[in-house]
Design a protein around this ligand. Sequence first.
Ligand SMILES: [Zn+2]
Length: 306
Amino acid sequence: MSFNVLADQGSVVSALKSALGSGRLAHALLFLGPRGTGRRAAARELAKAVFCPQRTEDLEPCDTCGSCRLVDAGAHPDYQLIEPDEETNNIKIEPVRELIARSGLRPLQAPAKVFVIAEAERMNEYAQNALLKTLEEPPGATHIVLLASAAEGLLPTIRSRAQLVRFRPLGSAPPARAEDLARVQEALGYALSGATAEMALPPDWPRLEREEALAVVDLLARYFRETLLAREGVRYFGGVAERLHGLSRLEQALDASKIESLLLYLGECRELLTSNINLRIFFGVFWGRLRAELTDARRLLTPGAA
Ligand SMILES: [Zn+2]
């Protein structure tokens, strides 16, 4: 996964990337926003980007090196996620003390340490007070990311010491038009049907306007991002995936890296469409590649098909 998956939180991604790029990522960050807006995924991608020795020019983690994989597996020694206790739903002082102790130590493998406190407003007062000192004088090479859905649960002194990163509620993306959704449904159904390349242009597609083609590409990208984030418990109520039908088997058949490659491809499509490409040529290429990307899923879903 990469920051791409957070495309609905464009301002978050650009703020984080600009901090990374300038080498001025704050020691304390507060990711504030409703549950299910991708805060946790953003914190993890941020850790990967801080650690990754092969970070791309675009400041994305490479996703394939040992470091990226360890963070994804929740097993990187310089990355720690603290969550509320299952029984009490509170974060007690002990894990916070442990975090504070570790923050004073050198990183073990990465250039820095990243600690994430999920539902930080669930820290009791002792825990928050203990953390405050570390936030006031953060040891070098430590980033503490607090995730919260309501700032009120946090001490004002904690809030004032953490750099605020606001996650907007999902669903504030422009509403999807029914006819664009129908085309997305058609595109996915067609790509999965095993139709041959020669047949690959549904009759009315070459007559689409550029704006309509862009809407389809954007909705496809939204659909795949939602599919990817759904695996992390992020739910888009009224999102694109919820409005398309009969695709749950496809979603299960696609692995994360395939979805990522589809998202990259759709990004390229968007660029092509905003340049002056001839739409007929565009759709010819578009269909071929979409079918190719979905080949494995198609084989999995319809054994025996090409
Ligand atoms: Zn990497």
